[in-house]
Design a protein around this ligand. Structure first.
Ligand SMILES: NC(=O)C1=CN([C@@H]2O[C@H](COP(=O)(O)OP(=O)(O)OC[C@H]3O[C@@H](n4cnc5c(N)ncnc54)[C@H](OP(=O)(O)O)[C@@H]3O)[C@@H](O)[C@H]2O)C=CC1
Ligand SMILES: O=C(O)[C@@H]1CCC=N1
Length: 274
């Protein structure tokens, strides 16, 4: 029998994971999503055929897994509202909220709970997400497998054994779709400066990124080898890559990712007080 999964929050992240679960054949009847108003829930019912509810406490009463998918800033209040129901049932808690430590969530929900913390990213919406997961000591092997199954429905899953590493995951994948979107913007602008129509430059840049990612994922070669294969000696790519290296591209990327991880640590300090 499928585990009963209740999503608290029915926004982008919940929708992405639910969509992936349905596509991979998860029993619709075993999925419930909640939101304060029916406005968000009606499309969920129509699109996915799942159960919906506006009462969080009632919706977790029979859940085996509760996925916390509301904004971090309102999480404490949301947890307080379903604390008794959670303690009566003790389901696996899976949180996708940025910055909130597992220990804090466990305390807000009354303590002694198995908690999986997840840092997903927005490509989950198209089934191409990349998520880092961390389990506290109370999570059983079966619960770990279940969390993997739920999150793999939206893309790649990588477990980390130290919660602090989720800050590095945030820098490498959680926030990283935005780095690539910035690159697309820059390449489109440069393509336009070189005379291409904007939509042509945009399509070429995006297809090239897609092709490069797919090629790197399918290949036995390292990204460095694949890069060198494009660089004919004395050719155009060598000139472009030299320029990027000389301008400090690697240093800029490292500094941006350090800043990202530092902000994730700050958010954990700000939000995680309990
Ligand atoms: N977006 C991203 O790139 C990433 C997001 N995350 C995390 O995912 C979580 C969700 O983000 P996202 O899906 O983007 O946010 P959304 O705003 O799309 O979704 C949040 C949902 O929670 C609902 N909600 C508000 N109050 C309650 C309540 N009391 N009970 C139940 N549901 C409620 C909201 O409803 P309403 O709109 O009616 O208020 C909304 O549907 C966040 O914690 C975020 O940190 C993590 C990694 C990446
Ligand atoms: O920017 C943020 O804070 C969130 C967390 C990771 C992606 N978006």
């Amino acid at each position: 029998m499928a585990s009963q999964v209740t999503f608290i929050g029915a926004g982008n992240m919940a929708g992405a994971i639910i969509g992936g679960m349905i596509d991979s054949g998860y029993l619709r009847d075993a999925i419930t999503a909640t939101s304060p108003s029916d406005e968000m829930l009606a499309p969920m019912r129509e699109k996915y055929g799942i159960h919906t509810a506006t009462d969080n406490a009632a919706a977790v009463a029979e859940a085996d897994v509760v996925v916390l998918a509301v904004k971090p800033q309102i999480m404490q209040d949301v947890c307080a509202g379903m604390r008794d129901a959670i303690q009566a049932r003790k389901p696996l808690i899976v949180s996708v909220a940025a910055g909130l430590p597992a220990e804090t969530l466990e305390a807000w929900l009354g303590g002694e709970l198995a908690v999986v913390r997840c840092m997903p990213n927005t490509p989950s919406l198209v089934g191409a997400g990349a998520a880092g997961l961390y389990a506290n000591a109370k999570v059983s092997d079966t619960q770990r497998d279940l969390a993997t199954e739920l999150l793999e429905a939206a893309g790649l899953v990588e477990w980390v054994d130290d919660e602090g590493l989720l800050e590095a995951v945030t820098a490498v994948s959680g926030s990283a779709p935005a780095y690539f979107f910035l690159m697309f913007e820059a390449m489109e602008e440069a393509g336009v400066s070189l005379g291409l129509p904007a939509d042509t430059a945009r399509r070429l840049a995006m297809q090239t990124a897609f092709g490069a990612a797919r090629m790197a994922m399918d290949s036995d070669k390292t990204p460095g080898e694949l890069k060198r294969n494009v660089m004919s000696p004395g050719g155009t790519t060598e000139r472009a890559i030299s320029h990027l290296e000389d301008a400090g591209m690697r240093r800029i990327v490292a500094e941006a990712m350090d800043a990202c991880a530092a902000r994730a640590r700050e958010m954990a300090d700000e939000l995680g007080k309990h």
